[in-house]
Ligand binder design. Structure first.
Ligand code: GUN
Length: 282
């Protein structure tokens, strides 16, 4: 069994990005990411802090807007509008989930798609689904693709099961894998017999938010397992996979933490720099 070391890959990527930022700065371009957090969700707060810290490590300027939980939708739209028109801002990220009184679809669509470093704007989602290049791809699924590529795990013709159908991970993950010529099944909360899918899979990507959902008897010998889950259980962070037992059968498996998580942030930095480079061609 080989551990898929997302931490190591993300560090390598961040070192490369650091050099690229220096190159951009020598052309008077300082890449800048604006991150907006509405409310005080503790997990979101941690993610936002990590994103800002990672930006600074690479020399990317970060603007963090921590807004009160009672912020109105119009106030949030006004801030996004200001950032959309600010030429010194390359990326705009609104941390999800948003409070219930704010319509996330309206918010995500209001972000200028050329600054949508999360890849959640319908324009970027459409480009991904049409397999058109050039748009922004969502950071977590893109990070998973980089891990698979780094370890030379073949996707063409592979039977892949994605567990979870969220807009943030499951759906774009399935599309990226399909675009890489894998045969993809998407399972979710209404799937009648999850094991019927997973037991034949060459690769399982799980983003269900359910600790220990994927068990040893559900996978075949030699399976590749990518665990996107982040669950806090008894003060410890664990994934969606019963790691201790599934790892005995897996050929490759991601640890949690240290697998997909660090890659998500590296991809966010990569997308921000990609956006900053677009300034050169303007
Ligand atoms: N909430 C959980 N994951 C993400 C993400 O990748 N981006 C944003 N904006 N919010 C999230």
């Amino acid at each position: 069994m080989i551990l898929l070391d997302g931490k190591k890959i993300s560090n390598e990527i961040k070192n490369t990005l650091k050099q690229e930022v220096m190159g951009l700065k020598s052309q008077s371009i300082e890449p800048c990411l604006a991150v907006i957090l509405v409310g005080e969700d503790p997990a979101s707060n941690t993610y936002v802090t990590s994103k800002a810290k990672a930006c600074e490590q690479c020399g990317i300027k970060s603007l963090v807007y921590r807004l009160d939980a009672n912020t109105t939708q119009s106030e949030l739209l006004a801030l996004i509008n200001t950032l959309n028109y600010d030429d010194s801002v390359d990326g705009i990220l609104v941390q999800l989930p948003l409070p219930k009184h704010i319509n996330k679809d309206i918010i995500l669509e209001s972000i200028n798609f050329s600054k949508d470093v999360d890849g959640f704007h319908p324009f970027n989602v459409g480009n991904l689904n049409l397999n058109l290049k050039g748009g922004f791809l969502p950071c977590t699924p893109l990070g998973v693709m980089k891990i698979l590529e780094y370890y030379d795990i073949k996707l063409q013709g592979a039977d892949v099961v994605v567990i979870g159908a969220s807009n943030i991970v499951g759906r774009p993950m399935a599309t990226l894998l399909l675009n890489a010529n894998a045969s993809v099944s998407v399972c979710h909360i209404y799937t009648k017999d999850l094991k019927a899918y997973t037991k034949n899979a060459d690769i399982v990507v799980i983003a269900a938010g359910s600790p220990n959902l994927l068990k040893e008897d559900m996978v075949k010998e030699g399976v590749v397992v990518i665990d996107v889950g982040i669950n806090r259980v008894d003060g410890k962070i664990i994934g969606d996979v019963d790691f201790e037992n599934v790892s005995k059968k897996a050929s490759y498996i991601t640890p949690v933490p240290g697998g997909v998580g660090p890659m998500t942030i590296a991809m966010l930095l990569e997308n921000t720099i990609k956006s900053a480079k677009n300034r050169i061609n303007k």
